[in-house]
Design a protein around this ligand. Structure first.
Ligand code: 5GP
Ligand code: MG
Length: 166
């Protein structure tokens, strides 16, 4: 096991506090990237003590590549207005950051007040992200991880902890 249920709970409570302190004013919209972030988002928003809205994004890579191509399109586009709001994108795990970089470009066109990223896990590879996620749960080992929302072929998302697939 890489991160236990207790590790995750303790860190999520801290992240909630960091997020509450980082946004003293303005409208905050928490945008979870489905499906991987669904459990993290639901725990995280309950640890934040300031008003916020929650919505989700579904992103699909197109092309034939099995590796992230960075060529993304929004399959579910949030109906919530973004203009003038602080957007906090919530991602399960940042690997190359390619997907996130494209999503940030797309959403930036809607004139939010700010866009930041909160990732549960960060592999610290990040070849494509212009800057590191503002909020990170844990630095992750360079292994394939599952659980707490992360899947392998849609399995293991329900595990309350994060483990290496091996
Ligand atoms: P990136 O665009 O940063 O290269 O890829 C990020 C996406 O790849 C994550 O949202 C996640 O879906 C997937 N991913 C990267 N590393 C892992 C991993 O260790 N386990 C799982 N389950 N997915 C991963
Ligand atoms: Mg994902």
């Amino acid at each position: 096991m890489v991160f236990t249920e207790a590790d995750i709970h303790a860190r999520v409570v801290e992240l909630g506090r960091e997020i509450s302190d980082s946004y003293p004013d303005g409208d905050l919209l928490v945008l979870g990237l489905l499906k991987g972030s669904f459990i993290f988002v639901s725990d995280l928003v309950r640890a934040v003590s300031r008003p916020l809205q929650v919505d989700f994004l579904v992103v699909s890579s197109y092309g034939m590549e099995t590796v992230s191509s960075g060529n993304v399109r929004l399959v579910y586009d949030p109906e919530t207005e973004l203009e003038g709001k602080h957007i906090l994108l919530v991602e399960d795990i940042v690997d190359t950051g390619r997907t996130l970089a494209r999503v940030i470009d797309l959403l930036g066109e809607r004139r939010p007040k700010s866009i930041e990223v909160c990732a549960l896990l960060d592999k610290h590879i990040r070849t494509f992200l212009p800057h590191r996620p503002k909020f990170v749960g844990f630095d992750a080992p360079h292994e394939f991880l599952v659980g707490y929302g992360l899947d392998h072929a849609e399995n293991f998302r329900h595990l309350p902890y994060v483990a290496s697939l091996q």
